[in-house]
Design a protein around this ligand. Structure first.
Ligand SMILES: *Cc1c(COP(=O)(O)O)cnc(C)c1O
Length: 391
């Protein structure tokens, strides 16, 4: 229970809801209802049904034999890349769209970095026949063209965020600005960030990942708990989902991997826990990259999904409490890890996911050590970047 938020949405000192007054009724309505809705029989039935028949869950837990051999440990991959729309994001959007419907909302807005959350949101909006607007940084629109096309085909309106670094944080700012002007819309946040109750709500919806991992590992090995779980962290939703049912099992080592860009101290990085300090971003008190005046430092990573200057409050707490170990990987290390997985397992991972794989060579592994890496998404959207760096 230590890692569950209190009723104001605080994990230790992190979390809360720092929002303009105009959004208060909206956020309060969600806060008052989300747990009751999620725990209701109707929701659970519909959610589980869609996860099974629409998303294709449970996603396999795959023993990566050649990867295991190479690193001298027993490595399983949780195949979130096989979900409909290609990543873990859809677990959350399916859940939140059902919650939005329950609250009587008809218009959905979302922010997106790599475009995966935008696609996952546009997908569930098409599924439910709801209007969808996605905010996306201009830089990301350029580097994630296939996902922009998918969102448009799915009927979403994509609005470019042209301020700041023109990436995920700027898209989030635009989405919040629009939300303030149109408080009747439902803001479908894509990670364990934002004001309470979003971090907890999204963690609960992604928790299906570790719920499955437990029984799947038991099927494979006879025990529920691996020694180590590794996941990449942008805002932290796939990691939150992969860690969720192990948080209180202190014998399970949790490793969160951030993007180091060109190097943690290069000035071109998104390794929030290493560079950040306590502050408020997008409605939540957490660790974020900021300068001496509290202005947000522009993050950088080759991977659009990790290019965010903060982490969710749960992760800030896991870092502070040393419950999770925070590691990082550079662009180059991630690219190498992506090629390696592709060549020895025949799986092309998303660039974000490649960061999680990239810490294997940096770890002191033991032969009987059982590791689960959360394979958060597939690499189709990153082919252009991969091809450019193939030499
Ligand atoms: C969005 C994304 C991430 C990063 O987001 P989290 O909220 O930290 O999970 C990681 N991997 C993939 C494939 C993504 O699409």
């Amino acid at each position: 229970m230590k890692f569950q938020p209190d009723h104001n949405g605080y994990y230790g000192q992190f979390g809360g809801a720092f929002i303009p007054e105009l959004l208060y009724p909206n956020v309060k309505e969600l806060e008052d209802n989300y747990i009751q809705i999620i725990e209701s029989e109707t929701f659970q039935k519909e959610y589980k049904d869609l996860l099974k028949h629409y998303v294709g869950r449970p996603s396999p837990l795959y023993l990566a034999k050649r990867l295991s051999e190479k690193y001298g440990a027993t490595i399983y991959l949780k195949r979130e890349d096989l979900n409909h729309t290609g990543a873990h994001k859809v677990n959350n959007t399916i859940g939140q769209i059902l919650i939005a419907k329950q609250l009587g909302k008809t218009k959905i807005i979302a922010e997106t970095g790599a475009g995966q959350h935008g696609v996952a949101t546009a997908t569930v909006c098409a599924l439910m026949g709801l209007e969808c607007i996605v905010f996306m940084g201009e830089t990301d629109i350029k580097r994630q063209a296939p996902n922009v096309a998918r969102m448009k085909m799915l009927g979403a309106k994509v609005i470019a965020a042209t301020s700041g670094s023109k990436t995920l944080k700027d898209a989030t700012n635009e989405a919040i600005r629009y939300w303030i002007q149109h408080p009747d819309t439902y803001y479908l946040i894509g990670s364990v960030v934002g004001p309470h109750p979003y971090p907890d709500m999204v963690a609960r919806l992604q928790a299906v990942i570790s719920e499955e991992m437990k029984w799947q590992l038991k099927e494979h090995t006879g025990k529920e708990n691996p020694d180590t779980v590794i996941a990449c962290v942008g805002g932290g939703s796939n990691a939150a989902g992969a860690f969720y049912h192990y948080l209180d099992d202190e014998d399970v080592e949790l490793i969160a991997v951030e993007a180091a860009g060109l190097g943690v101290h290069s000035g071109e990085s998104a390794a929030t826990s290493q560079l950040g300090e306590v502050g408020v971003i997008h409605g939540s008190k957490t660790i974020l990259m900021q300068d001496e005046y509290g202005q947000i430092v522009e993050p950088y990573s080759i991977s659009a999904g990790l290019d965010y200057p903060g982490v969710g409050p749960l992760h800030a707490f896991l870092f502070d409490e040393k419950r999770a170990t925070f590691m990082n990987a550079t662009d180059k290390e991630a690219l190498e890890a992506a090629y390696e997985l592709t060549k020895i397992e025949g799986i092309i991972p998303a660039l974000e996911t490649a960061h999680a794989l990239a810490v294997l060579p940096k770890m002191d592994l033991k032969k009987d050590q059982t590791i689960i890496i959360n394979l958060s998404g597939r690499g189709d959207k990153d082919l252009e970047t991969y091809i450019k760096h193939l030499s």
